[in-house]
Design a protein around this ligand. Structure first.
Ligand code: SAM
Length: 279
């Protein structure tokens, strides 16, 4: 893995391999239902799969008021650069329909709302009412006409093939059935539409001990000191470690039915932007 910062070279499939990739993606149709595991991870702990969503909800209800400030502190502001790269990469144009999944406090929905214009539409969604309310209120305060919908990414209440872009930013790793969420997000994309997944990823191996020491010790400590909630930030650090690395997530996106899947590494792979196209 290379250590590209923000404007990394895309990795994964060369667009020239589109036809080969289209062939491999011919297994499950976009939106097909994968199988149910009995347990799953919640940070480093194994919990019943049915319990994870409740625990994740409690984390985000707790961190909602301090979420944006903590993001700036913990990433040294880098998350803003990563998000703005994702927004540029999405190439949203006037008139497009854009779905921000697990959109939380609405950073991306805000950027897209300015790009789609009066003829387009942006919908902000989240499973957590506190996070969605923070995002919705902020967008309304800024005069941005963004609809907000409380829903689970694994069961999106939108018609097939109804969006030009679907984006999920720092949300996928919290989902119980990532395969179902990827299938649902693919299902609602129009042919030619793009899914963008911005998420913490696997850091370049030589830097892993340093990053582990920071994320597993300093992050919970800062969470306790600044937000009074070390446990939630311990979960967030552990969930980063449990998230599939770059190649594995790309394979999951192909299984969901996407083609031309590639990714960009940021900060030596601390974070990655994956992009795939619905054929
Ligand atoms: C770390 S925040 C990211 C918020 C925002 N997208 C950003 O980039 O700042 C993760 C969000 O994922 C949401 N989330 C977790 N599981 C979800 C699910 N199954 N469906 C929809 N949203 C979910 C949480 O409620 C939370 O708001």
């Amino acid at each position: 893995m290379t250590g590209d910062l923000v404007t990394g070279h895309p990795q994964g499939e060369d667009p020239a391999t589109e036809h080969a990739d289209t062939g491999r993606a011919s297994g499950p149709a976009p939106g097909s239902a994968p199988t149910e595991p009995a347990t799953t991870h919640f940070g480093f702990a194994q919990v019943p799969a049915a319990e994870k969503a409740r625990r994740v909800a409690s984390v985000f209800s707790s961190v909602a008021p301090s979420y944006d400030r903590m993001n700036d502190v913990l990433s040294g502001g880098l998350h803003r650069l990563w998000k703005s790269f994702a927004v540029r990469q999405a190439q949203v144009r006037p008139g497009m329909r854009v779905l921000d999944v697990a959109g939380g406090t609405g950073d991306l929905a805000r950027a897209f709302a300015r790009q789609v214009g009066a003829d387009g539409q942006v919908i902000l969604t989240d499973i957590n009412n506190e996070m969605l309310t923070e995002g919705r209120d902020r967008l309304l305060d800024q005069g941005l006409p963004v609809a907000s919908v409380l829903c689970d990414a694994e069961q999106l209440p939108f018609a097939d093939a109804s969006f030009d872009r679907v984006i999920v930013s720092f949300g996928l790793r919290n989902m119980t059935h990532k395969d179902r969420a990827l299938a649902a997000m693919t299902r609602v994309l129009r042919p030619g539409g793009q899914l963008l997944v911005l998420e913490f990823s696997r850091i370049w191996a030589p830097l892993a001990p340093l990053y582990d020491a920071y994320s597993l010790n300093v992050m919970p400590w800062l969470g306790e000191r600044i937000a009074g909630d070390g446990d939630s930030y311990r979960y967030l650090a552990e969930s980063i470690r449990m998230h599939p690395p770059q190649e594995e997530l790309a394979a999951m996106m192909r299984t969901a039915g996407l083609v031309r899947v590639l990714w960009f590494n940021f900060a030596a792979g601390i974070c990655a932007l994956h992009v795939g196209v619905r054929p």
